[in-house]
Design a binder for this molecule. Sequence first.
Ligand SMILES: [Zn+2]
Length: 646
Amino acid sequence: MTSFLRRACLCVLAFSLYLSVSASGQSKQRRQSESDEPLLPTRLMVDATSAPEKILHATLQIPTGSGETTLVYPEWIPGEHGPTGPIVDLTGVEFFANGQRVTWRRDLKDMYMFHVTVPPGVKTLEARLDLVLPAPPQGFSSGASATARLDVISWNQLVLYVPGRNTKDIPFVASLKLPAGWHYGTALPVANEDNGQINFKQVSLTELVDSPVLAGRHFRRIPLTPEGPIQHFIDMAADSDAALEMPAETIDEYKHLIAETGALYGARHYRDYHFLLTLSDHVAHFGLEHHESSDDRVGERTLIDDDERWLAGGLLPHEMTHSWNGKYRRPKGLATPDYQQPMEGDLLWVYEGLTQYLGEILAARSGLWTKQQFLDEAAETAATLDHTPGRSWRPLQDTADAAQILYGAPAEFESWRRGVDYYPEGFLIWLEADTVIRQKTNGQKSMNDFCHLFHGGQSGPPMVVPYTFDDVVNTLNQVVPNDWRKFLRDRLDTYGPGAPLGGITNGGWKLIYDNNASKLTKDVEKTRHFVDARFSIGLALDDKGAIHDVIMNSIAWKAGIAPGMELMAVNGRRFTPDILREALEAGKGNGPNLDLLVVNGDFFKSVTLNYHDGEKYAHLVRDESKPDILSDIIKPAAGSKAANGN
Ligand SMILES: [Zn+2]
């Protein structure tokens, strides 16, 4: 998963309830659960014709049998690494048996669990439910998903199921009605279309949840590998036709991406692959991975605005990488048998951290990013993590262990709290591992070899091969013998003081700061309405002056400025981003001190910073005393003509 902010137990109870009820053997469903008999499929009909009005209707025919029955709503959502199933938006819940309404009661301790008594002789319980869709474009798949012109259907939000079986053994037959004139894309196999209703083939609940549908009035499909044998598509829905005009060279770059993934992994673990790309300013912006597709949501003008397009250039490579790293190979603690059992995120520095690394080098290898863009991203990552005082109390390992609470963490005090740092710091650690492999083998081997061993194997339909920390260490040792256990634990369990920059220095580059913002910094500041003074006076603020973070022990922090305050004036003049930047430069050397007026709630405060080092922005520059391994890493590997040198 990827968030666009630059910077989600009761399942033991659920399980024991299932066991105790199951032991009574009162219903066919539960007797089936005890045995290995295949279940009859649950039939799910979703009416999305009111998606523009922000409500979806679903009807389920669930083969429960009679008696005390428990039904659950998915809580722990794959790829979101937390209990993010939108239970609060599940409304209109009603149950019927032979057309008669059956009462239900929610479990008092598990908000995702419903108890129903199914009358004798009844074999199928009908459930009707509505999903009301939130309007604010925040969160992940439980965030805003529908506009007047499009909708993303996440099946986990529209199902109930009887717990106790692995969801891969619970069959579903789904159908979907869309608003008239809408088109759709999905990896879910279609049986037929009938009178405006899409009827899907029978799949497991696992496959259903793994196969969202993107639908919309303004829709375009771009085939990336029409020659096959495995098809790749970009299925796009937008709030306008104009937004679908992906430049021809960008299409070529995504074709390169497919070729580069083939070269990197050596096998594909999907039948076909669909990027489901939503272009709207009124949905949540993020990426969510699946085996055979990804749910990628960006702003409406992302493809047609040069700055937005390249800023989003890492998204699809990241999400597609998850098909291998996260879906096919999955940490044991994240490979849960259903959607109710809590996930363990301790290996997210592999699941997300390695994906961050591979996604970024794939963006560069395929030409979606130029070499300079890759370097600027790496500099930004390194500098941010090198200005993260929170590492003095929170080792990187804990950011993974606590993932389910950190995804929702506020921006305030981010550098002290630490966020989901296993993404960017995972980039640095895996970059360093790559350089170590290359150094130890004189360039004969690299992380490409690790990926072939770990993620390759036999091509075929989706499957999950769980792994442990030891499996990661052992595979690294297969590539080149080294004390990889110590290498990794040193970087996961220690307290700084600085970020792990060995990959950059081994790679023949140096992290430096000067007063010229990179194009990346400028574009992020412009498009995200952000002002980056973190590396100079320690302030991260928006372009209206709201202070999101103050780096602890920076000069601004020592002067008493804190997150949540607002910067009103700089050297006696009303704050604007340019006024602040110009004042920082004017104070250089023997220039004047920096006078800042801040407001803390209703109270104003004036502080003087004895600061004279000007603006500071991060860059990578060549260290000519060493070979340029970084440039080797991002060279195209598939023989494609990806732009890579400018
Ligand atoms: Zn991810």
